[in-house]
Design a protein around this ligand. Structure first.
Ligand SMILES: [Ca+2]
Length: 295
């Protein structure tokens, strides 16, 4: 690997990794399955707080107002500085989220304080219990603003058993007597409406011109679990097609082998493009072909 250090290889591979994991790709059509639209608090359990429909701040109609009067003297006897919390139990027949890609929600904050503390509100997805849960602080949430929160469902410890979602406040992050409330609206599961290649990653950043195959990692969504699709991969130098192959892909992450005839490659800065049946979207990643040291 003359003039091509391991760090450069890693950098080349990183180019292929988009921001797909954090949010839907730009312009992609998404299906929505609404978990909570604020019109009702049916199914929400509460402790040391209230969770009521409100039209004071709502994306549309009403939102759910998670209202916490911070009290360092009340709550559970052993823990007077406690964890006001509210959670929604997901109906048993809706706990398999493997056909979805993201959880999206909007949260607006209001508080008697000048601004929120650093750890203002936490969010948990339990799969199905505390020991198999995912949690993070919703740092996007700001006083007096709507924050859109998008969580990729790849974070779920068991995506087939998402039993509840929970908001909580640590009273230790607040002063005794503070009032804090969050308005939660449009909580929904999002799934890609059409077959989508999220990631296409050649397992090498450069190839020798005498190579006859290329292994790629592909992450695909927008397909049902039992419905494979065809992905067309084309290796090009400029406009010239060096190799082309159709590969069968499934939902999820997979390793695939592109085969092409020996001698079909040419040295240069090439591109690997991929399309999937059912979508116009083209995914392109760079790949460098160099003269073989054995030629
Ligand atoms: Ca609403």
């Amino acid at each position: 690997m003359r003039n091509w250090t391991p760090i450069m290889v890693v950098a080349a591979l990183m180019v292929a990794c988009g921001s797909w994991a954090q949010a839907p790709v730009d312009g992609a059509a998404m299906n929505r399955h609404v978990l909570a639209d604020g019109e009702s608090n049916e199914g929400w359990e509460i402790a040391e707080c209230t969770m009521e429909p409100s039209d004071a701040h709502a994306r549309s109609g009403k939102s759910l107002n998670f209202h916490v009067p911070v009290d360092h003297t009340a709550g559970e006897i052993k823990y007077p500085i406690g964890w006001p919390r509210t959670y929604l139990s997901i109906p048993e027949d809706q706990r398999d989220w493997s056909g979805h890609d993201f959880l999206e929600m909007w949260v607006y904050a209001n508080t008697s304080r000048e601004k929120l503390p650093g750890t203002a509100v936490g969010f948990t997805i339990a799969c199905p219990d505390r020991s198999n849960s995912w949690h993070r602080t919703l740092t996007e949430v700001k006083k007096g603003e709507w924050a859109r929160i998008v969580i990729p469902l790849t974070v779920c410890p068991d995506i087939t058993n998402c039993a509840s979602i929970k908001f909580h406040v640590s009273e230790s992050s607040y002063e005794h007597g503070d009032m804090v409330e969050f308005y939660v609206d449009d909580v929904a599961l999002l799934s890609y409406a059409e077959p989508t290649i999220l990631e296409l990653l050649p397992l090498t950043g450069l190839m020798y011109a005498d190579a006859s195959s290329l292994r790629v990692q592909a992450r695909v969504t927008g397909l049902a679990a039992d419905a494979p699709a065809e992905m067309n991969c084309v290796l090009k130098l400029g406009d010239k097609v060096l190799a082309e192959e159709n590969l069968t892909v499934e939902r999820g992450l997979q390793s695939l082998l592109m085969n092409f005839g020996a001698g079909s490659l040419k040295p240069g800065e090439c591109t690997l493009t991929a399309t999937i049946t059912g979508s116009e979207r083209v995914l392109t990643v760079p790949i460098r072909v160099v003269a073989s040291p054995w030629e």
